[in-house]
Design a protein around this ligand. Sequence first.
Ligand code: PAF
Length: 503
Amino acid sequence: MLHWRRQAADAPLHFVPTMGALHAGHQSLIRRAAAISTGRTPRVLVSVFVNPLQFGPSEDFDHYPRTLAADAELAAAAGAEALFAPSVAELYPDGDAELTRLQPPASLQRGLCGARRPGHFDGVAAVVARLLGLIRPDALLLGEQDWQQLVILRRVVVDLGLPVQVIGCRTQREADGLALSSRNRYLTAEQRQQAAALPRALMATRQQRSATPSQLMAQVVAELASAGLVVDYVEAVDPHSLQPAAQLRGLTLLAAAAHCGPSRLIDHVFLMSRQPIIAIDGPAGAGKSTVTRAFAEQLGLIYLDTGAMYRAVTWLVQRSGADPSDAHAVAAQLENLNLELSTSAHGAQRVSVNGHDVTDAIRSPEVTGQVSVVAAHGCVREALTRQQQAMGERGGLVAEGRDIGTAVFPDADLKVFLTATVAERARRRARDLQQRGFAVPDLSELEAQIAERDHLDSTRAVAPLTQAADAVEVVTDGMAIAAVIERLVSLFRARVPEDAWPG
Ligand code: PAF
């Protein structure tokens, strides 16, 4: 392993752990691992190891399908460079009794499969940590199908500070919805048909928007039983804490396990009370607009540039000749305000206020110089917050601004505080002004302006710029735009699974 690892050691290494009996679901993970590119072509390593530590005494360890030759072919065909298939003696040389064990938090194991398979996730954590230590990959790819496993392994990686990015990938399904699994091969043709009742029953709950979690659970139990499956559990939980969900708010995981003939099948569905909302806050000049726009596009979300809305009001105030610091005069401009954001055929955002297209005008240094003053008025914030919340009612958007996570969408699925040092932001501002043909002041002057703007934004009485307690801080100094976008996508994916929002 070490020898193989040393070859082409500078190429990123992407790792797909499996227990073998590879199928199209594994192949899609391998393909994905090969396709993720950060500028350099990655090498993909697949492990095949039927891990005794994660099987209970009455489970199928002895009969688990072992098809190494076919696995090697399928892995290679999907783009794997190497297959690592250690024996139990190689992986646990002193026996499993002498192996350092890990115990992921009990809170994550109390429900779902953890409750029915005691010790299972301790065994999974032990083997994956051991494999990560040996292989030291840059990325670890796991299927979302084993959602509890994914949540637990993400936690293990964070708690042990392992330098690996965990990437969860969408569940792969047969045409009738059955999730691909190595254990499907135990099914007879008749059982195979019966098994499709599991995804069908779960998917049907998506239509019932007014039901409670317990009503949905009871409905799935009844449907599985009537299809002849033996229900192990049906549970509705918060997808991150895995604690029981009392109501359907935000994202809820409805997961089930059932026996169908010799196989124990698991599956889940994500119920969304609204589409995802992402809040991206941060100081001026941190590069929020560029990355947020690209991030929104990549994930199929609407981009809401709230800064442009404040700029449009500033433009209107300046055009009217009113004093931007006079709250009454500014309030008068808000009467009959008609502010619209739209997307042109080329994907660019257009901003219009009271019928004027101000897309370019709101980027002038004059507007930049006074937007903080106008945005600090309570009447302006109230009017625009109301409009932003109305735009976000159905979700499906990324909003960027100063108070999105704190005031506009406090229940956003992901909150990011995107920032950079004053010096870095001054350099970026200079570059931007130059590119757009404006005069470029000294860097020291730009730094002073930016520091002053930070001060105004963070000390104003109404909705000051502050980092929400539950926001993730991303400092973008020295990061290329693509790297920032990649970081945002990875943060988003840790909160909103592909199964819920393929993007
Ligand atoms: O999901 C699996 O196949 C296994 O649990 C894993 C992650 C390979 C660990 O043995």
